[in-house]
Design a protein around this ligand. Structure first.
Ligand code: SF4
Ligand code: SF4
Ligand code: SF4
Length: 447
């Protein structure tokens, strides 16, 4: 049986990161993160702890209808969608996720398709929209799509771009619509950007785009791929972007996309090399007081105010968790947002786009938002498979996790990433962060 909240009550994530039942004005009940995991990612019918919690909250709950917005199930946790509005791009990046081995993918949403997708998102409580691609500014009716977001009282939270087509007019058009998204400009290293992008002149254009973003007063974030090509000038690049361009930083270990594997030039770093490089950058940022947030893939995000007390509190408490609880991704991309590819497939993470297509995984109508209602995709399709793996399943495959003191925090790590290997196993990169001494070094830097 499905359960729904009483009419007028719903679950929201509060600014302190905790979940609450609310009527929109007041908080009616707090839900611990552990309970939230049970409720929001657990198998609704099979999980005894989830049922127990539901009966404890009986005053707030009533056995329910199938009304999508009120359903008491996984998707209420996902408040954001990252939508690839077009696969078209004017770059030929060595690592592009929106490509498979056969070459560039194609597909562009019409305004009508995009409006339908937004309505589907609204129907499951999604209010925040990121626009990505391909290169989203290649979409011939980009501003029309932003208007559609605005008309639905949704928030444009980010635009992910290579920057080459960004203009002051586009930024003022966004402002006129009341939208001030973070502009994410991909920047793959001083002196190496053009090699990574596969097109000369892109470095200059990206740097110019950053100036436009700052002049218009939008928040700026730079995504930097870290690999053997970009590593020698990584610290210099990060310092320059943070201090001269005012950018928040996201350091990404270049993902093994089909395109990157095809371009294999021995440029991959091991996870420990990536962590060492990332933590060196973090150390410099703290010592030299760079402004802006810093996020190193697989590590918690360090905000502008550098306050990590809530995260470290969770690390120290290590609340015990029931083994029927689902495994967990530490990365908000998987648990708090959905990814919609340019062909309508709903995926747990953009990193899976080319890979899933190549493997024939998550390619059916059951995960396609243009063919199947989103409420059904988020409850009864292949999409949820990685999130249905419980800690018990994990321990059966990885007995070391059952004895590990980090289990309540790590909970198996990134789920979408494990799809590329074996869903029931632990995420090796997350595991190394916690068990390889990196979590301790991270905490020491920030306390
Ligand atoms: S990574 Fe981004 S900028 Fe590069 S080719 Fe792919 S879509 Fe274009
Ligand atoms: S693969 Fe996992 S860690 Fe990487 S971005 Fe996706 S959800 Fe996050
Ligand atoms: S840190 Fe490693 S061993 Fe410990 S629970 Fe996580 S994946 Fe398992």
């Amino acid at each position: 049986m499905k359960y729904c909240l009483s009419p007028g009550l719903f679950i929201r994530r509060c600014s302190d990161g905790r979940f609450s039942v609310t009527d929109g004005k007041d908080i009616c009940a707090r839900i611990s993160n552990a309970d939230c995991g049970l409720l929001l990612d657990g198998p609704d019918d099979a999980c005894p702890e989830g049922r127990d919690l539901i009966s404890r909250m009986a005053l707030l709950l009533q056995p329910g209808t199938e009304e999508p917005q009120m359903q008491f199930c996984s998707y209420v946790r996902r408040g954001a969608a990252q939508i690839s509005i077009t696969a078209a791009c004017n770059c030929r990046c060595l690592h592009c996720m929106a490509s498979d081995r056969s070459g560039k993918m194609s597909g562009t949403f019409s305004p009508e398709q995009f409006a339908y997708i937004l309505d589907q998102c609204r129907s499951v409580g999604i209010r925040n929209i990121d626009l990505t691609g391909g290169e989203p500014l290649m979409h011939p009716r980009f501003m029309e799509l932003v208007r559609a977001v605005t008309d639905r009282k949704m928030k444009l939270t980010a635009v992910q771009t290579n920057g080459s087509l960004l203009t002051a007019d586009i930024l003022s058009g966004l402002k006129a619509l009341g939208q001030e998204p973070v502009i994410d400009v991909s920047f793959d290293g001083l002196g190496t950007h053009d090699i990574m992008r596969g097109v000369p002149g892109m470095e200059e254009k990206a740097l110019h785009a950053m100036d436009l973003v700052r002049a218009a007063g939008f928040p700026l974030r730079c995504n930097i791929n870290v690999n053997r090509l970009t590593l020698p000038r990584l610290a210099e690049t990060a310092r320059f972007l943070a201090t001269q361009k005012g950018a928040g930083l996201f350091l990404i270990m270049t993902q093994p996309t089909p395109r990157w594997k095809e371009n294999d030039r021995g440029l991959d770093l091991s996870v420990s090399e990536f962590y060492d490089a990332g933590l060196d950058v973090l150390e410099a940022a703290l010592k030299e007081r760079w402004p802006g947030s810093i996020h190193i893939l697989f590590m918690p995000q360090v905000p502008e105010n550098r306050d990590m007390s809530r995260i470290f509190d969770i690390w120290h408490r290590r609340e015990s968790v029931p083994l029927s609880m689902p495994c967990y991704s530490n990365c908000p991309k998987a648990c708090e947002m959905i990814y919609i590819s340019h062909d309508g497939r709903v995926l747990p993470c953009s990193a899976l786009e080319g890979y899933s297509l190549e493997q024939g995984m998550m390619t059916g109508d059951d995960v396609n938002i243009l063919k199947t209602p989103l409420s059904r995709i988020l409850t009864g399709s292949d999409y949820m498979k990685p999130f249905r793996v419980t800690l018990k399943d994990l321990i059966a495959k990885s007995p070391k996790c059952g004895k590990c003191p980090w289990l309540p925090v790590c909970r198996g790590g990134c789920r979408p990433g494990t799809l590329q290997k074996d869903m029931d196993t632990a995420c090796e990169a997350n595991c190394l962060f916690f068990t390889g001494g990196y979590a301790e070094r991270f905490e020491k830097l920030l306390t």
